[in-house]
Ligand binder design. Structure first.
Ligand code: ADP
Ligand code: MG
Length: 229
């Protein structure tokens, strides 16, 4: 067990380090992108345009990876707190609405007024997890559709269901879901990190996550997390 404890301590240090690095690296990326965009628009730079185009794409890719991995990560200590899942879902829907509108996707939320939706965990990580799952749902419906988010709770658990009417997955794709760098969106649009982050976050909260999917019908993500007692 001592070995196990040391291993989990190490993992914690690594994930903390990753969080600080994401945060620190984003600022220089943004600055560099700004200056390169200026060069790109400069008529004297005509000859260099193809190179700048590639450089800009690569910078955007680096930023995407950081966003999927830890959008809100700050080099702050891990804070375990009582989290209102309903509130987090509502704010995630708000964050994702511009992307949904661009894809003609309607996001609906249903929950019971009498339910309580408190859990114990890291609020920002949970929101990152919801963002990654909602983003996948929206991206699975490029020509529009409906993203249904439902929230339920019983005496012991809270249940979240995120259902889309999108392109779905084959069973072999479903099997690889959550594998680091598994993506069908191509190097330009996918990182293959979103679901890995979602799975590890839910697991870290002693929860469970299950996914069902049918090609051309859609995908459903079920999440169950122990209720705060
Ligand atoms: P990314 O979105 O960057 O590709 P993810 O880890 O978020 O990486 O998802 C991995 C892959 O799983 C996606 O490329 C896609 O093939 C599949 N996938 C995930 N969610 C859905 C969904 N809601 N509908 C269809 N396919 C999905
Ligand atoms: Mg994704």
């Amino acid at each position: 067990t001592e070995e196990l404890v040391r291993k989990s301590e190490k993992l914690e240090i690594v994930s903390h380090l990753a969080a600080s690095m994401s945060h620190e690296v984003r600022n220089p990326l943004t600055t560099t992108r700004g200056f390169m965009q200026l060069l790109y628009e400069d008529v004297a730079m005509q000859k260099g345009k193809p190179y700048l185009e590639i450089a800009l794409q690569e910078i955007d890719r680096a930023t995407e990876i950081i966003n999927d991995y830890l959008m809100f990560a700050k080099p702050a200590p891990v804070t375990i707190e009582k989290v209102d899942v309903l509130k987090e879902i509502q704010s995630t829907i708000q964050i994702m609405t511009p992307l949904a509108n661009m894809n003609a996707v309607q996001i609906n939320l249903s929950f019971s007024q009498r339910g309580t939706y408190f859990i114990i965990g890291e609020r920002k990580k949970l929101q990152q997890c919801f963002i990654n799952i909602l983003k996948n749902g929206i991206e699975a419906m490029p020509t529009g559709g409906e993203l249904q988010v439902s929230l339920l709770s019983n005496d012991t658990d809270i249940q979240i269901e995120i259902r889309d009417t999108g392109i779905g997955m084959t069973s072999s794709q479903l099997n690889r879901l959550g594998e680091p760098y598994f993506s069908t969106k191509g190097a330009k649009n996918g990182t293959g990190l979103g679901m890995m982050v979602a799975f590890s976050t839910i697991k870290g909260m002693n929860g469970e996550i299950r996914v069902t999917s049918k090609v051309d019908k859609g995908t459903c993500v079920f999440i169950q997390i122990p209720l705060y007692q």
